[in-house]
Design a protein around this ligand. Structure first.
Ligand SMILES: *Cc1c(COP(=O)(O)O)cnc(C)c1O
Length: 369
């Protein structure tokens, strides 16, 4: 018998969420972002779940090649571009679109003979201050890139710092769009601005956000990009349910403590359940007492410290709890964002941190566990 811990991936929810993204930005083509092992869901499952996307976007060249091996024939975009000149021939050979964010990358393209034309996304830094050319440097970078014979289409790209908060006090979407417009003035070519938060605001900002390509990530995995609205509010469905079982039950008396650090102390007689899931599986070690968890369909909470392979939960609200009771750590019936918020992080991090040792299967919601 395998360990009962399992991550069930809901491909149907992935399709649904992609359809939601498309409905928000009906005029745009969509890159489904599958970086970080498809946000922990597995690259191949990302490819299957987002088969209807216009392209897949990720970080590593080797994973782009893997998508080609798996049979993905539509566009692929490297979101940070290439890391070394030796990658340039691979772009041509496997028809991979590359982001170009630096002069170093332009030089790599200049120095390497491209035997087949490639498409690139030229990145503008409109205030995020990670990657890209500043608006006042942008036209020069474009011109230099345009002069490279092997470069075919150049899409103008930028990334939002605060798309989840329309009225951000430091840097608004509108200000970034204004800078972007200034930088691309007079240059032809398609445009790509929005991540999930931008896509979800597309309805409000349709005029400003003229995206030829959108780049949704977290929303496709049923997570909220933030901004105080839940994934459910946005009509998104969970795509990953992490489930396990109770493997032991302890009867506590008042004064008994649980786990490392004896951090939880019972104030009266109670039962705690030991769940086969710990931080080495990707469950957040910092999940405090009170972090929600579902046992046998009843909502209850984490007690004591999460350890490497196990965690303990309060069985008080679960009338018939027994060894073998089903546990949902997140997903179907328990939004990952709630677990993340209780643990001081975001759904993105929990998904991506799912550990390789966790068994993964595919199934519709309601069929896991
Ligand atoms: C990760 C990433 C995205 C997707 O962001 P979400 O917030 O997950 O939607 C879009 N564009 C770029 C450049 C990214 O790196």
């Amino acid at each position: 018998m395998p360990r009962p811990l399992c991550a069930t991936i809901h491909l149907d929810s992935m399709q649904h969420n992609l359809a939601r993204a498309r409905a928000c930005a009906p005029q745009s083509k969509a890159w489904a972002v599958v970086k970080a092992n498809a946000y922990g869901h597995g690259l191949e499952r990302g490819m299957k779940g987002f088969a209807q996307a216009d392209g897949l976007a990720l970080i590593e060249t080797e994973n782009a090649l893997r998508l080609r091996e798996l049979g993905w024939t539509k566009p692929i975009l490297l979101l940070e571009g290439i890391f070394d000149a030796s990658d340039v021939p691979l772009l041509a050979e496997h028809d991979i679109n590359s982001t170009v964010h630096s002069l170093e990358q332009i030089k790599m393209l200049e120095y390497t003979q491209l035997y087949r034309p490639i498409d690139v996304h030229l990145k503008m830094n409109t205030g995020m201050n990670r990657l890209g050319f500043r608006p006042d440097e942008y036209a020069a970078a474009y011109k230099r890139l345009r002069a490279i014979p092997g470069v075919r289409n150049i899409t103008h790209m930028t990334h939002f710092a605060n798309a989840d908060e329309l009225e951000h006090p430091r840097l608004t979407i509108s200000e970034q769009v204004r800078r972007f417009r200034t930088g691309v003035e007079g240059l032809g070519g398609e445009r790509s601005l929005s991540n999930s938060a931008g896509v979800l605001h597309q309805e409000v900002l349709a005029q400003e956000l003229q995206n030829d390509w959108v780049r949704p990530g977290i929303m496709l995995y049923g997570g909220t990009p933030g901004g105080g609205r839940t994934a459910h509010d946005f009509g998104l469905r969970p795509t990953m349910t992490l489930s396990s079982e109770i493997i032991a039950i302890q009867q506590l008396e008042a004064g008994d403590t649980v786990g490392y650090g004896s951090r939880f102390e019972a104030t009266g007689a109670m039962q705690v359940g030991v769940v086969a899931c710990g931080y080495a599986d990707g469950y957040p070690r910092h999940a405090p007492h009170g972090t929600p968890v579902i046992v046998d369909g009843m909502r209850t909470s984490v007690v004591g410290r999460v350890s490497m392979d196990m965690m303990t939960v309060d069985l008080t609200p679960v009338a018939n709890a027994r060894v073998g009771s089903k546990v949902t750590l997140w997903g179907d019936g328990l939004p990952i964002d709630e677990v993340a918020a209780a643990s001081g992080t975001i759904g993105y991090e929990l998904m991506c941190a799912l550990a390789p040792r966790v068994r993964v299967s595919e199934g519709r919601m309601g069929t896991h566990g």
